[in-house]
Ligand binder design. Structure first.
Ligand code: CP
Ligand code: NVA
Length: 304
């Protein structure tokens, strides 16, 4: 593994190895602290968009492993504006051992990888969010003890998070069911690519009816209806998405012990109710914590 750009690029065994390593590093941390395997290593965290989880979990993950993380806010390097993406990649490569970037255009992640001589980690683009999906499958694995044969139902926008979950599900042997409003589906190309990764007979179901999507699900997952960068579409989306809210009535159609997940930040009262977000099926906050453990596995694999 040279970079961490998309779950699509990981062999199923590599994905599994990252989950195992996340588990090991989480236990080690809980038992008193991680060994400083990244002592003397540094990473630049480049953000074109806001972040709580991605920024803090990568930064603290690096600190726990003995390394150093440098946060570069959207106003600092103005990647692609003040300076071209290839030049940013070439310059940062001379200073740090790795770069994590959160960008608008996925093309910028690909350019960073092309022009940098150090590993690039995708911290979310308009196309995908692989660090999120890795942490999410780690969370499901912790709670359910396995991944093969489970059913994950994603309800909401066919967006970056949904795409990474589709890929991670197929590579893990997890059935993936998705309900979106018409016009907000994952593309036919996404579904075809996902299908090509299917392990252990994992199937994809697509729906417009959320109740059909969550029937018998082991995991219900949602995300905001309007992603960062789509703010001007917010009013239109708010008209279409309310039937896709994760509320107790919808949760009751899944398995009684289903996990409810959300990458966060949540717009409570829109895509998820307080009752569900704070209810017995919710794993929202263990899921958020697991971002750090999963990312440590990526950092350790790429930088140690
Ligand atoms: N889930 C997630 O990536 O959160 P942030 O946008 O706060 O980093
Ligand atoms: N789909 C959301 C995820 C945020 C973590 C966005 O791109 O804004």
């Amino acid at each position: 593994m040279k970079h961490f750009l998309s779950i699509a690029e990981l062999a199923p065994q590599e994905l599994h190895n990252l989950l195992e390593l996340a588990d090991k590093l989480k236990r080690e941390w809980r038992n008193g602290g991680n060994a400083p395997i990244l002592k003397g290593k540094s990473i630049a965290l480049v953000f074109q968009k806001p972040s709580l989880r991605t920024r803090v979990s990568f930064e603290m993950g690096m600190v726990h492993l003995g390394g150093y993380a440098l946060y570069l806010s959207p106003n600092e390097i103005k990647m692609g504006g003040r300076e071209s993406v290839p030049d940013v990649a070439r310059v940062l490569s001379g200073y740090v051992d790795g770069v994590m970037a959160r960008v608008f255009a996925h093309e910028h992640i690909l350019q960073l990888a092309e022009y940098s001589s150090v590993p690039i980690i995708n911290g979310l683009s308009d196309y995908n969010h692989p660090a999120q999906a890795l942490a999410d499958f780690f969370t499901i694995w912790e709670y359910k003890k396995n991944l093969e044969g489970l059913k994950l139902a994603y309800v909401g926008d066919g967006n970056n998070v949904a795409r990474s979950l589709l890929f991670a599900a197929m590579k893990s042997g997890t059935h993936f069911s998705i309900a979106t409003p018409a016009g907000y589906e994952l593309t036919a190309g996404d579904l075809e690519l996902g299908r090509s990764f299917s392990q252990a007979g994992a199937q994809i179901e697509t729906h417009h009816d959320p109740a059909a999507a969550v029937a018998d699900a082991d995991v219900i997952y949602t995300d905001v209806w309007t992603s960062m960068g789509q703010e001007e579409e917010s009013a239109e989306r708010l008209k279409l998405f309310p039937p896709y809210q994760i509320n107790q009535q919808l949760v009751s159609k899944a398995k009684p012990d289903c996990l409810v997940m959300h990458c966060l930040p949540a717009h409570r009262g829109e895509e998820i109710t307080d009752e569900v977000a704070d209810g017995p099926n919710s794993v929202l906050f263990p899921q958020a914590e697991n971002r750090m453990h999963a990312q440590k596995a990526v950092l350790a694999t790429l930088l140690a």
